[in-house]
Each structure stands twice: as C-alpha cells, then as structure tokens.
Design a protein around this ligand. Structure first.
Ligand code: SUG
Length: 418
C-alpha cells in the first residue's frame, strides 16, 4: 500500500506583513496600499486556517517566514534601508513568501520518470519584491525535503522566463497517489498588467521534472482575466483529483483547454461557473476560485473559500445552488484570512501542495496540535500588532521583526534557518 498523501504546507504569515502596494495587477494589494496592517492578527488567521483544515482530517505542514528586512538585498542594491527609497525598503520588508503557492512547482512521485517527487523553486522574477524570495525558499525546501531518495530539488528556471510556481499549475488524477496529468497555465499578455508565468518556464519545469509529454498539458491564461486582476491562474481556477473548478473566462480558449485536458485525462469533471452567475470581477473580488479544493477522509470534496465569498450574494447563491445539485463538491467552508486577502492572497495562495509519504519529510515542518499551540504562543508574544508603511525601516521595528522570527525558529528547533 502506498503511503502517499497530500500535505498542504502553509506559509506562516511573517512579522513584517504590510501593505505597500508592490504588485501591479493585483487589485487588492493596489487598493490597500498605505493601509495599516495587523501582522499578529494576520498570522493568527493563517494558523486558524491550518487548524481548521487539520480538524477536517487533512495533513498539514508549514514553511516559516523568510529573513526580513532583507539586508542582503538592500546591500546589493546599494541602499541603506532607511526610508530614502520607500519602494526598495518596502521590498526588503515584504512578507510575500507567506503565499507558498508561489514557492515552487511540485510534481509528485507517481508522475515523474525517476519516481521521485520533483520540486522547482519559483524564480518570481516579474515582481522585484518577490524575486528576492527563491534563495531562502530553496534553502528551506532543501531542509524540509532533504531525503534525496524521495525528493529531487532543482534550481529555479533562469531569468528572464518568469515562473510563479504552483499558482499556475494544476494536477488531475484519480487519487493523489496515482499517476496524474499536470496542467501548466501560462500567460502571454495581460493588457496593462504583466503576464507573470512564461510559457518557456512552464515547459522547462515539465522537462526538468521528467513528466511524460502525453500526460502534460499547456494552456494559456485568458489575457482578459489577467487584465481584470487574475495575476495568477489560481485566482480563477483550481483542480483536485478529477475535478476542475473554474470560471468560464479563465483560459484564452476555454473549450480548447477542456479538450486538451480531457484528451490527457478522460475522467475530467469540469465544474464551471458561468459569467452570468458570477462575473469575472466578482470572482476576483471574492477569490471564489482561490479556494482549497480538498478530498475529505470520507472521499467527498470540499471547497475552502475566503469568508468574502459568504458575504457576496452572487457567489453564495451560486454555491448554494451547486450544493443542492449532485456535483462532486459536497461542502463549501468559509475561512477568515482577511489580512492576507487584502494583499491579494486567499486560502489557496497560502498553501503549497505536496504529495508524499509523511515519514520522508523533516518532521519539524509538519503541524500537530501541540506545535500549533507553540506557534500561536510565539506569534501572540512577539509579532507586532500593527505596521504603518511609514514605519518600515525604523530601527525599533527591525528589532521586533528580527526577534519575532528568531523566537519562532527557536520554538520550532529550526536553528539552521537562523
Ligand atoms: O504576488 N501579493 C502577492 C499575492 C500572491 C498570491 N498568490 C497566489 N495567487 N497564488 C503577489 O501579488 C503584495 C505585497 C505588497 O504589495 O506589499 C503581494 O506580493
């Protein structure tokens, strides 16, 4: 019997979480630029989501915040880190690594030619504040997935081919431990907004991971969706096992996309939300598709959505109608991740899915009730309550943020990352 299970690795929201409006094309982040952030509340919301999912019987892991402010980045830019260049300072302080759906692309062992789980850290080159993440992310992944018999870790795809990781990647399969079909979604243009995932990056990852061409599908994002604020495909579509849950305007050619997926994976079940029921704008505002679509221990599927969906008449009535029908998604469960949402990160952005045997992963990155309590205590005691973007660069805040991360590493025994 295979011991492969799906594990969601959530990013713990870092103590420097702030709203600096760094991501062009991410409407929530742009709208909230300059607002006061609440890092402690943000991290506790994220932890509550992890606990919520564990209580459903799902395996839960986590990744820790990266070192911020990133002094190395500032030095290499010849900057001081004071507030003389606010955009650079904000980049060095960004807690954006919390959105671990952008940490890497993961191809589970059943899909790869050498039978190992392949992981490629995302280069995130399109956004300056995100392009600094991969080195520290790769270090952390190398620690969590150090077992070379089971995991192959690659270098990021070279620039200038932008790679945004799992946010532009979906996997279709009969069950998580069976051989799957991997779907790579790239962007060509997004009008006024950047298309962040380059087709060449997607193709490079598929080759490096040793995926069978017949079981690999490449699909273009709808340029109009990017232009409307879907900067990653996971803002308008999500897949789990046989099910693709998608907005009707997610792909450049919707019918051709379904056809290509069905040719490689005939059992595909598409749950499509028509624009007349939920407009692209409302889908992006509520992040209905940035949901975690999960298989519960009883075999039924549940959609873990941001609480913004519950508050939208259009979205919620569509969900109720779906549940009244006989489709594969049997439950819709709202979670409150509002602090992350205000920077354009929903429940799915906050997690990286890995299919593996739990015993092959460094146990320090796996969550249980006692560890969740220890993390909560550290956050409650050390995370700043609030940050005004004008505070970034202040020496006292540097001390608080650096100390908070150190306390977390200490509590988790992750000294190597210090
Ligand atoms: O890259 N926001 C992130 C949100 C990432 C969401 N991830 C997925 N869709 N998988 C981004 O735009 C805002 C940070 C700021 O503006 O300070 C930010 O980086």
């Amino acid at each position: 019997m295979s011991g492969l299970v799906e594990i969601n690795f959530d990013g713990i929201v870092g103590p420097s979480h702030n709203y600096a409006g760094l991501s062009l094309g991410n409407l929530a982040a742009t709208k909230n630029a300059g607002e006061t952030s609440y890092p402690r509340a943000a991290a506790l919301q994220g932890l509550a989501k992890m606990r919520h999912n564990m209580a459903l019987g799902l395996a839960q892991g986590f990744l820790v915040p990266l070192p911020r402010p990133n002094g190395d980045y500032l030095r290499r830019m010849g900057a001081s880190g004071g507030n003389s260049d606010p955009a650079l300072t904000a980049a060095a302080w960004s807690a954006s690594a919390m959105w671990t759906a952008n940490a890497a692309t993961v191809s589970p062992a059943p899909d790869t030619t050498d039978g190992r789980c392949h992981i490629t850290p995302a280069n995130l080159v399109t956004m300056p504040h995100r392009a600094q993440e991969w080195r520290d992310t790769a270090r952390q992944l190398a620690l969590a997935f150090a077992d070379r018999a089971h995991f192959a870790l690659h270098d990021p795809v070279p620039p200038s081919f932008g790679d945004e990781g799992a946010a532009n990647h979906m996997r279709l399969c009969e069950s998580h431990d069976a051989q799957g079909v991997e779907v790579f979604v790239y962007g060509r243009t997004g009008g006024a907004f950047p298309a962040r995932q380059h087709e060449q990056a997607s193709r490079a990852v598929a080759r490096l991971h040793g995926l069978e061409p017949a079981r690999t599908v490449f699909v273009e994002q709808n340029p109009a969706a990017i232009a409307a604020g879907a900067f990653h495909n996971d803002v308008v579509a999500v897949a789990n096992e046989r099910v693709l849950f998608t907005h009707a305007e997610a792909f450049a050619d919707q019918a051709a996309a379904y056809e290509a997926m069905r040719a490689a994976f005939p059992a595909l079940e598409v749950v499509e939300v028509p624009s007349a029921a939920v407009s692209l704008e409302e889908a992006i505002r509520t992040y209905l598709f940035n949901a975690q679509l999960v298989t519960l221990p009883d075999g039924g599927q549940a959609l873990i959505v941001p609480s913004e969906c519950r508050a939208s008449a259009a979205v919620w009535s569509w969900c109720e109608a779906m549940l009244a029908g006989n489709g594969p998604i049997r439950r819709v469960l709202p979670v409150d991740v509002r602090q992350s949402m205000a920077n354009g990160g929903g429940p799915a952005c906050l997690r990286l899915r890995v299919v593996a045997d739990l015993a092959t992963i460094d146990p320090r990155f796996l969550l249980d009730a006692a560890k969740a309590d220890a993390i909560e205590k550290t956050i409650a005691e050390t995370w700043p309550e609030q940050i005004d973007p004008a505070d970034l660069g202040r020496a006292s805040l540097v001390q608080t943020v650096v100390g908070a991360r150190r306390a977390l590493l200490e509590a988790l025994g992750l000294h190597e990352l210090g």
